[in-house]
Ligand binder design. Structure first.
Ligand code: NAD
Ligand code: WQD
Length: 343
């Protein structure tokens, strides 16, 4: 088998669509699947415009095992799976926990079952820094123990990793990688793709750009009385194209048989913490716009600070993030401006 074909689940979504671009730029063939529960089918046309190639996309629910199997029947040469598909809203998971467990865990189990039945060489799982909960040490390494999950969503990622670990222990033919993303943000330089969820965005960067463009009247900073350099929370914002490139490197690592274990974990962050106020200032600098924001009380469930130790991904995957907070804000703003001009 040529180790060229990769199935990307959640390919119309935010990180999936950017990753398809990077994979194809690096010579991989891609098949995509998405049920568009949180994305739009036309995203794939924008991906195709960027790469100048057609991408086959299946529209189906990965919780449907028979439908999912058909992808592998059609493409027996799939050698790798990158499993992005999941519901990802922390707030919604609190009110709809069963839906989050049903969707995120059933789809994962079905994908692993297909990896087993169709002898797939490499499987990559989209995990999250939220598995660490309120970490007791910073920066967090892959060995930092999990604390209590702050939401049902975060719990689906903790359980998801454990499911993959148990699977890997009994399926030596499939090598698995957990990629724990910190705070992905920004958009492709062309502004043809970016973050475009069907559900309302509550993450900092889209809230900033939507406020600046006038979709929201103002925004709030949740807390300025934390024990940090300016009192606001610290996060590790990582550009979506850097995250995407890490997936390409992870696939190359698995296909190159460089792994000594068939269950590996990597943090994907820049290693730098940025406060909410610093993020806002970076936006104001690159957009030349003053942001209308006020200070509000702390948001329930927020950890004070979290950022990654990314040494393992740099050393073993040969990956390094090359974009910073200003690149994130510049590309996110370009994407927001382009979207408003289409309305
Ligand atoms: P997204 O919502 O933009 O993309 C996920 C895609 O999966 C969507 O297009 C959705 O329609 C699809 N999907 C969901 N359930 C499906 C199902 N049962 N069958 C088929 N398709 C389904 O989210 P994203 O930001 O691109 O996140 C991708 C992955 O990364 C998710 O697993 C998410 O939990 C994880 N993650 C995201 C972040 C972040 O801040 N964006 C951070 C850490 C981890
Ligand atoms: C960042 C900072 C807020 C909005 C979430 C998930 C996590 C992962 C990444 C998926 C915090 C502050 C935000 C606003 C603000 N996703 N903020 N005003 O909470 O770090 O992580 O996304 O796996 O699991 O929990 O990201 O973007 O919501 O918040 O002040 O209107 O911005 O308080 O300090 P978070 P976020």
């Amino acid at each position: 088998m040529s180790n060229k074909k990769v199935l990307v689940t959640g390919g119309c979504g935010y990180i999936g669509s950017h990753t398809i671009v990077d994979l194809i730029d690096h010579g991989f063939e891609v098949v995509s699947v998405d049920n568009n529960v949180n994305s739009f089918p036309h995203v794939m046309e924008e991906v195709e415009r960027i790469i100048g190639k057609k991408v086959q996309n299946y529209t189906l629910d990965l919780c449907d095992f028979e439908a999912t199997k058909q992808i592998f029947e059609d493409h027996p040469d799939i050698s790798g799976v990158i499993h992005f598909a999941a519901l990802k809203s922390v707030n919604e998971s609190v009110t709809e926990p069963l839906e989050y467990f049903r969707n995120n865990l059933n789809s994962l189990i079905n994908m692993l079952e297909c990896c087993k039945q169709y002898d797939v060489k490499g499987f990559i799982f989209s995990s999250s820094c939220s598995v660490y909960g309120n970490a007791k040490e910073l920066p967090v390494t892959e060995e930092t123990p999990f604390e209590e999950a702050e939401s049902p969503y975060a719990r689906t990622k903790q359980i998801g990793e454990q499911i993959v670990q148990d699977f890997a222990a009994n399926n030596p033919n499939t090598s698995t990688i957990m990629l724990r993303y910190f705070n992905p943000a920004g958009a492709h330089e062309t502004a043809l793709i970016g973050e475009q969820a069907k559900k309302t965005a509550w993450n900092l960067v889209p809230v900033i750009t939507e406020t600046a463009i006038g979709k929201r009247e103002n925004m709030v900073v949740f807390g300025d009385d934390y024990d940090t350099r300016d009192g606001s929370c610290v996060r590790d914002y990582i550009h979506v194209m850097d995250i995407s490139n890490a997936h390409t490197k992870a696939v190359q690592y698995l296909f190159g048989d460089k792994n000594s274990s068939n269950y590996e974990i990597f943090n994907l962050g820049t290693g730098e913490g940025v406060t909410v106020i610093e993020a806002i200032k970076a936006f104001e600098k690159v957009s030349n716009k003053k942001l209308n924001y006020t200070i509000a009380p702390r948001r329930e469930g927020d950890v004070v600070a979290i950022y990654a130790n990314n040494d393992k991904a740099m050393n073993l995957l040969g990956w390094s993030p090359v974009r910073g907070i200003e690149d994130i804000m510049r590309t996110a703003w370009k994407w927001e401006e382009k979207r408003i001009s289409k309305v």
